[in-house]
Write a protein that binds this ligand. Structure first.
Ligand SMILES: [Zn+2]
Length: 273
């Protein structure tokens, strides 16, 4: 039944609508072995369940790993922190043989794909054709679920520029990155408190993440690029221009920094007059 805490270990995934597994976040039990595999080494009895749909930052945090992967800084650390918070992405779900952990390269490749799809959407919405063209030539081809080998740098703009206008190609690339990874999702109708309820069934956290991406990119104005720091951020406010304020703060740090910079620029100009 949905909404009941589950104690199933993460190596036995079940299709539990709206629920996935999370380790006890107070224990540091994710680590990278030989730089290649993320291992889970905790007490399975401490696994707790949560609803990923209620985790407001999940998608943005995963996308941030993709941004880090592209710049090559601190990716493994970020992947471990993400796993501590949200649990495994579900590499084991796509493999019949037991696996020791989740390959770092696989996680990284998916994070890159997710980040690229979101950034492309934001660039498209901003009508930034020149930026979009440049970006299309830096992103990597996206992986499908179990695959590791299909990811590589692919110069989408240089390769496909003849047949497509920029916005059209960008949209096609977004679909190419996202669509294969939501093909395994299924819908079901179930009874809940005397009413029928439509539920999405997923077997891995990663499937859920791609589903969130699909919902984001299907509509305009819900992914933005911060005018100050250039990060991708998610918002429901179509007019938002800066990263959102940190929890507990009322003002965006990026907005303050940007305003300060503009103020200094204007002051300098005035001095020269
Ligand atoms: Zn920012």
């Amino acid at each position: 039944m949905p909404n009941k805490p589950s104690t199933k270990p993460p190596d036995a995934p079940r299709l539990v609508p709206g629920l996935w597994f999370r380790r006890n976040p107070s224990r540091n039990e994710h680590f990278v072995a030989r730089g290649a595999v993320l291992l889970f080494d905790g007490d399975l009895r401490e696994v707790i369940s949560y609803d990923p749909g209620a985790e407001a930052d999940l998608l943005e945090e995963f996308s941030d790993i993709g941004a880090l992967a592209a710049s090559g800084d601190g990716v493994q650390y970020a992947i471990c922190r993400f796993a501590e918070k949200y649990g495994p992405l579900g590499y084991f779900h796509f493999h019949e043989q037991p696996v020791a952990g989740e390959p770092i390269g696989w996680t990284e490749a998916h994070a890159r794909g997710v980040h690229a799809a979101l950034r492309l959407r934001a660039l498209l919405d901003g009508g930034q054709d020149r930026e979009t063209r440049k970006y299309l030539d830096t992103i990597w081809d996206g992986p499908r679920f179990g695959e590791c080998g299909r990811t590589r740098p692919l110069k989408f703009w240089s390769a496909y520029r003849d047949a497509n206008a920029v916005p059209q190609l960008a949209l096609q690339v977004i679909c190419h990155l996202v669509s294969p990874n939501i093909e395994g999702l299924r819908w079901a109708l179930s009874e809940s408190s005397g009413s029928p309820r439509l539920e999405m069934r997923y077997g891995a956290l990663l499937e859920f993440i791609y589903w969130q991406v699909a919902q984001r990119v299907a509509r305009e104005g819900r992914v933005k690029i911060c005018r100050n720091c250039g990060n991708v951020f998610l918002t429901e406010n179509v007019r938002a221009e800066f990263c959102l304020p940190l929890p507990g703060a009322t003002f965006s740090r990026c907005r303050s920094a940007f305003n300060n910079r503009m103020h200094h620029k204007r002051a300098k100009k005035d001095l020269r007059k």
